[in-house]
Design a protein around this ligand. Sequence first.
Ligand code: UDP
Length: 421
Amino acid sequence: MKVAMISLHTSPLEQPGVGDAGGMNVYVINTARQLARRGVEVDIYTRATRPSQGQVVEVEENLRVINIVAGPYEGLAKEELPTQLAAFAGGVLEYVRCREPLTYDVIHSHYWLSGQVGWLLRDLWAAPLIHTAHTLAAVKNAHRSDEDTPESEARRICEQQLVDNADLLVVNTEEETRDLVAHYDADADVVEIIPPGADTELFTPGTDRNTELSRRQLGIPLHAKVVAFVGRLQEFKGPQVLLRAAAELFERDPHRNLRILLCGGVSGASSSDTTYRDLAAELGISRRVRFLGPRPPEELVHVYQAADIVAMPSYNESFGLVAVEAQATGTPVVAARAGGLSIAVADGETGLLVDTHDASDWADALAALLDDDARRSAMGEAAVGHAARFSWAGAAERLESVYERALSEELSGCHQRNAGG
Ligand code: UDP
């Protein structure tokens, strides 16, 4: 089987945790790798952002990343990429045409920008389109904080077109299926639920020695308690909630030996390089907060191992890969009860779910675990087993069967386009 994956707005080879690169990049590269190991040939098409990338990157047997030039390498924000959809689709078509007889059995698009291109290719190639939204404008808008910028109606319309026209939709959780039905009137029969995974060979439980080494490497006092936030620094992911909760904990006990780590880089239009540093300064906790910048997975494992708790105060997550990765290293997670986090974290067993984004509720939840070593370490142990339920190999196996389903269901060949949105 040959699959054309489309990941237009961000390359799966980019460093995640900064800018537009995050869980989707990790999802695409890991499912693609595992599909390739199952013998599925995968080409991932993405927009070229550096001349040095080369057009074709052979990642491993059966897996290539193809960089398509569409617009300038630098200087286009994600919001401006709709202007490059035709150039990108044209680039993919030209690449394929010049390599005839290159053909694909299925197209799998990730995020709505790629979906729009996949929709066109599906008709031209008469191959089924499988679409994964990763996030949805209507859902983000329903959950965003008052300070966050709303997603555009134009994006929502494009997503509606994909829901109406893709052959199958892939989501992470049942809640996402419900969201697609409630907000986009999707037919639940074409929605397939495939939980994502975590690299449990890399993200392994830290022994006391690992934790000590990780802390030494990061320059964190061995006897401090550490709460880490890992992910893109933007309002929707809630780093501000953690900072405010930390400030409240220090207000309750100025001598509390606590450090906050923020691992990741700025993302999105609503925050700048200094947004969260300024907030930490304003809250008077700068000395207790460390900004680690984005880190590759091999280094991230040390951040998880150094932490007593990983906090995920997101307003919504389609899944929340960080929660699974942290638990795989034996670190309990305190997360917002939002989207996939309710599945990624077993409330009361491997961490805690918090119902609000209120600083005092978060301070309570963090204190409940920080101040109870026995409970926290029991949760850490349970977390490893919980995380083991999620694997990329399992996700790829299920994806392959979704591709087979799409192939076995008769395609009309000339789909009745529903272009309204
Ligand atoms: N990540 C990373 N380095 C960082 C911060 C994050 O590699 O400094 C990765 C992290 O390992 C995870 C992904 O980025 O796999 C974030 O995924 P998640 O689903 O938690 O959030 P999303 O980015 O999809 O909102």
